[in-house]
Design a protein around this ligand. Structure first.
Ligand code: FAD
Length: 415
């Protein structure tokens, strides 16, 4: 079948990989000249298979007042005259219960474990892919006893779901990651997950592009899809500059921009942009920087070594579609880095902003729509790199008529 994928980010490219392997004639279309030019460009680089608990959790509501007033809060909400933003916030707040959060964690772990298996199979099958992939393991740091207590509860819960994680005291954290030695007195402890990976998402996408081009996948770049139209017999097709790009099936994988593309068809996906930032430091020889992937839980900042660079990412600002960087947010991220890894934080860094395509519950939307040839793979929020291979495999299986996994129903578009 001829399949057109809108979006050359990590989700569109992983989908293209799985659909090409299934024997389809695949074309990827994107408005930029290069693949991974938007959110998949500079993300945190964490393949975070065991850390999928959603932002919408039971602890969030009590933290909200502080987040709303503190300038350096990890999450910020700027109210706008935008019904979509308010609907998203209400659905988010409704999801902030223990029951909902545990259910979402359970659902996402099933998808992330599938993704891990498929990512490792991909790496074995395609040894030419070079994207700074490391089996780094991950250490999540907690700075007070209450946070550590919550983490232990989560560890026990996730152990029942198959996660291999270990609680460490502050000394053990430093023994595992000596670059934390200076901050040892500030640590209450940490959770170590040996099975987590890190990699460069943009390089992953560029590698997939090369491999797919060699296998006959077409890339139609610098081609924005202005709208989706429906023919009299219910067939959806994409339009660029008034001209149709036809295919048997159309997959929307357009990240944070998907809601506006789908709305004219009457498809309302609850995907809203959550703006984040990253800094990328070139590591000079001898500089003390982490080898393990580190998450500073309270500050919601992640640190991942990508070859000879350190990627630092964090901040979630709910303030619309603008990518314009706020210098105060960059200063916050830089200050966090300097506080945890002083050798690194004072150096020059490449600054970047991106829009997480976030759903209120934190679950992606993958599968068919009420239009027989229109499919979605959107809404992966803070976990798009982590979930990409699993979501793409689900999509390819469903498109081929299969629905062996219960996951199809879990992540299927509503209505
Ligand atoms: C600060 C930050 C840190 C993050 N850290 C991590 C992490 O550590 N681990 C992790 O797993 N995830 C992380 N994420 C999330 C992850 O980056 C995203 O979930 C993922 O990149 C989304 O991929 P995507 O392909 O859906 O979107 P994108 O990468 O944005 O791709 C969508 C593509 O669609 C194209 N497009 C959109 N509309 C149109 C149109 N009308 N016509 C043509 N083309 C169009 C765009 O040009 C774009 O190339 C992070 C995100 C941020 C912002």
């Amino acid at each position: 079948m001829r399949i057109l994928i809108v979006g050359a980010g990590v989700i569109g490219l992983s989908s293209a990989y799985c659909l090409n392997r299934a024997g389809h004639d695949v074309t990827v279309v994107d408005r930029h000249a290069d693949v991974a030019a938007e959110t998949s460009f500079g993300n945190g680089g964490q393949l975070s298979y065991s850390y999928v608990a959603p932002l919408a959790g039971p602890g969030v509501v009590s933290k909200l007042p502080g987040w709303l007033v503190r300038g350096d809060a990890p999450v910020r909400f700027r109210p706008r005259l935008d019904a979509r933003q308010w609907r998203w916030c209400i659905a988010f707040l409704r999801a902030c219960t223990r029951r909902r959060s545990d259910l979402t964690t359970r659902e996402l772990l099933s998808l992330s474990f599938l993704s891990r298996t498929l990512m490792h199979e991909l790496i074995a099958a395609e040894p030419q892919l070079d994207f700074d992939f490391t089996r780094s393991g991950k250490l999540v740091l907690h700075r007070d006893a209450a946070a550590m207590h919550g983490a232990l509860r989560q560890l026990e819960f996730q152990r029942t779901l198959g996660c291999e994680q270990y609680a460490l005291d502050a000394d053990a954290c430093v023994a595992l990651e000596p670059a934390l030695a200076d901050v040892r007195p500030q640590l209450a402890g940490g959770i170590h997950t040996p099975g987590e990976d890190t990699a460069d998402c943009r390089r992953f996408c560029a590698g997939l592009e090369g491999l797919l081009r060699a296998r006959g996948v077409r890339f139609v770049m610098e081609t924005g899809i202005d709208r989706l139209n429906v023919s009299a017999d219910g067939h959806v097709f994409a339009l660029h500059d008034g001209a149709p790009l036809d295919a048997d099936h159309l997959v929307v994988a357009s990240g944070a921009a998907c809601a506006s593309l789908l709305k004219p068809l009457g498809i309302h996906v609850p995907v809203y942009p959550l703006k984040g930032y990253s800094l990328t430091f070139d590591l000079q020889p001898g500089v003390r920087a982490p080898h393990v992937s580190v998450t500073d839980f309270g500050r919601k900042v992640v640190y991942a070594r990508l070859g000879s660079r350190l990627r630092v990412a964090g901040i979630a600002d709910l303030e619309g579609d603008s990518l314009a960087p706020d210098p105060r947010r960059i200063a916050t991220l830089r200050a966090e880095t300097a506080a945890l890894f002083p050798d690194v934080g004072s150096g020059a860094a490449v600054e970047w902003t991106g829009l997480r395509p976030a759903t209120p519950r934190g679950t992606p939307i993958v599968g068919p729509t009420r239009f027989r040839n229109l499919w979605l793979n959107v809404g992966h929020g803070a976990l798009g790199f982590t979930l990409a291979m699993g979501a793409a495999a689900l999509l390819a299986e469903r498109l081929a008529g299969g629905r062996h996994s219960a996951l199809h129903d879990t992540f299927a578009p509503a209505g």
